[in-house]
Structures are given as C-alpha cells and as structure tokens.
Design a protein around this ligand. Structure first.
Ligand code: ADP
Ligand code: MG
Ligand code: MG
Length: 248
C-alpha cells in the first residue's frame, strides 16, 4: 500500500487533536475525508507534512513502506508526497517560477535525477499553467501575493502538475472556488493524479468537489478519528443529513 496511517495521535500545545486515526490508501485510489469544523482534518495534513508545531504522541505513518514520521519535510516531498493547504502561503519577493523550479530541482536532486535547466523548466511550467487555464504571466509574479482565493488554488494545481507527486493530500482545495474554477481544479486533479501508481486524499467540507473528482472511498473524520467509511454515496448522505446524524 502507498500510505498507511495507524492509530495516529497528535497534539498541538498539549491539546490532543488526532485521537487514534487509521487510514490505508492504496495506489490508484482516491479517498475523500469529510467532517465538521474542528474535527482535525487540517491537522492531519499538517502532521503528514511534518509541521513542527504538531507533536505525534502515538501511532505510525508509512509511505511506501518507509516511516514517514522519521523523515524531514523535504524528504517527504522528495519521496512523492504533495500537500495542498487550505490557506496557501504568500511569499513576497520570490517569483512563482523561481520557487517552483527550486522545489522541483531540489526533489530531483534528492532522487538522484538531474535538475532541469531554466529553459527546460520554463517549458514544463508553461504547459502546466496552460492546462490549468492560468495566464503564464502569473508565473512571474511573487508566489500567491495578491492572488485571489481561486487563483491560489489554481496555482497550487500548477505546482502539483510540475512536481508530479505519487500521493497528494489536498486540504479544502475547493474552498473559495466558483463553479467554473471548481471544474478546472477538479479536471486538474484527475489529469495529474488519476493513475494506477498514484493516490489522492481529498479533504473537503462539501460534496461538490466530489462531483468532479469521484472518490473510491469516503471517510467521516470527527473528533480526531475516522468514525465511518463508505463509498461515494456516503458523501451524498452526509450532505443530506449532516454530520450530526452520523456522529450520533
Ligand atoms: P478542521 O480542519 O477539521 O476544521 P483543524 O485540524 O483545523 O480542524 O483543528 C482541529 C482542532 O484543533 C480545532 O479544535 C482547533 O481549534 C484546534 N487547534 C488548531 N490549532 C490549534 C492551536 N495552535 N492550539 C490549540 N488548538 C488548536
Ligand atoms: Mg476548519
Ligand atoms: Mg481545516
């Protein structure tokens, strides 16, 4: 299996947030994680990404058989893990192109692959921007600075297309998107990540993104653990009946 999370417990500032979360993701699968506000969905993303403020107190996470929790954040990325965050960071003074090329080339070096030249990289970046309907001029602007919510999400998909990860964990990639942008982002996820050797964990509040990226499994995360799992129909049931009915 690709990603295996077992009985994961994590806390921040001494406050337990994840309380025994288990999830197994195989290659070729799309998993949706849904749940009420404050359930710990974003925390799961941060813990997988290795954000320092989050302390894992019990449990294990393996990525293709390797202990993810033992890896530095950059090693996780080089191993093929991509994280899309609910609130993408702005990086004033660093152009999108520069940032993306550094990110890609540092991963390539870590894997023993030759870094791309400026011209080679520009070709890749332009192709990804075009596929996501993003103006190539935006590649030259400082990372996310002054981007609208929808532009940031689209930019995140360009980033994902360039890095070409094995597994993507996307936290509320649909937030702030109008219907047209939602379709573009959904198409992007399918194009980049729907493959037999890749996998996606889609963290989402609403079922509408799942109309575009059809999950194989849907899980309900409440109070730090997965309380129910099912197929795509579970997302529709949640939309109809609310989280309260399921958690009760
Ligand atoms: P979700 O993404 O499901 O809405 P989060 O993972 O963002 O939930 O948050 C889970 C819980 O962790 C919430 O109750 C939130 O208030 C709490 N939390 C997040 N950051 C901190 C922090 N720095 N200190 C204390 N509690 C926090
Ligand atoms: Mg939230
Ligand atoms: Mg969240």
């Amino acid at each position: 299996m690709m990603l295996r999370i077992e009985d994961l417990h994590a806390e921040i500032d001494g406050k337990p947030i994840l309380k025994g979360l288990s999830l197994t993701v195989n290659a070729g699968e799309v998993h949706a994680i849904m749940g009420p506000n404050g359930a710990g969905k974003s925390t799961l993303g941060y813990v997988l990404g290795g954000r320092a403020a989050y302390e894992v107190t019990a449990g294990s996470v393996s990525l293709e058989g390797d202990d993810l929790l033992e890896m530095e954040a950059h090693e996780r990325a080089a191993a093929g893990l991509f994280l899309g965050f609910q609130y993408p960071v702005e990086i004033p003074g660093i152009s999108n192109l520069h940032f993306l090329r550094e990110a890609l080339n540092s991963q390539r070096r870590a894997r023993g692959e030759a870094p791309l030249s400026g011209a080679e990289f520009l070709k890749v970046a332009r192709a990804q921007a075009a596929a996501l309907g993003m103006d190539a001029e935006m590649l030259k602007r400082p990372v996310n600075v002054g981007f609208s919510g929808g532009e940031k999400k689209r930019n995140e998909m360009v980033q994902m297309g360039i890095l070409d990860p094995r597994i993507a964990v996307l936290d509320e990639t649909d937030s702030g998107l109008d219907i047209d942008a939602l379709r573009i982002v959904g198409d992007g996820i399918n194009r980049i990540m729907r493959a037999p050797d890749k996998a996606v964990v889609l963290i989402t509040h609403y079922q509408r993104l799942l109309d575009y990226v059809r999950p194989d499994f849907v899980h309900v995360l409440a109070d730090g653990r997965i309380i129910r799992s099912g197929g795509p129909e579970l997302a529709l049931e949640l939309e109809r009946e609310g989280y309260g009915a399921i958690a009760a």
